[in-house]
Design a protein. Sequence first.
Length: 221
Amino acid sequence: MSESNVNVSLEPHLISALEPLLQICDPPLSNQLAQHLTQPIIPYSVLQSVSRWSRSPAGSSALRACSPPLDPNSYSMIALLAGTTTSPERKFGSYVPPQEPDQIMNQQKRERKAITTIINGVLSVIGSGAAAWLGSERTSWKQEWRVLFAFFVAVIVAVSETVLYIIWQSRSSSSSSQPVRRKYIRAKKQDGDPHSISATAKEEDYPDGLRLRIQATTSKD
């Protein structure tokens, strides 16, 4: 994104800082300011021109000659951009955080299993069709009937493999969306015996990435 296409939100404090410049700055810059001070945004390039003008000898003298005097440092880019929003008219997409390493590993495992299942299904279809063709060799069927028989067997196997793959895919997607049940250990210290500690395990639903903790509690009468 080039700086010439970047706009800045025109905040009230920025308007208050730029309005006195309409009477003292150069005519071209004054015309640009007058054009944009009535808008909700102002181009970044106009603010750069104001900053350069305030650092010039003529601009610094004009600012100090005002009543009350204006500080040229108040028109630096840092001071002008303070409290403003860059490109408020643009709609940026929502931030998508990167996946955790364990999520990437599980996704890769599911992809490998899916590829292996598809390859096995294709080999099963080809193998069943070839077996049906070879099995019908000793029959008195014509070549056309043998081809139809092998094709029919291959279609049946293909349909069954497709159904099995859909079932496996639905179970895999449902299991991956279920929360992981993690166990934590609760250690309980018995009163009167400092060396006696009983531990009980409890199963809870925790989001991925949380560490297991050991909690120690002292029982009271």
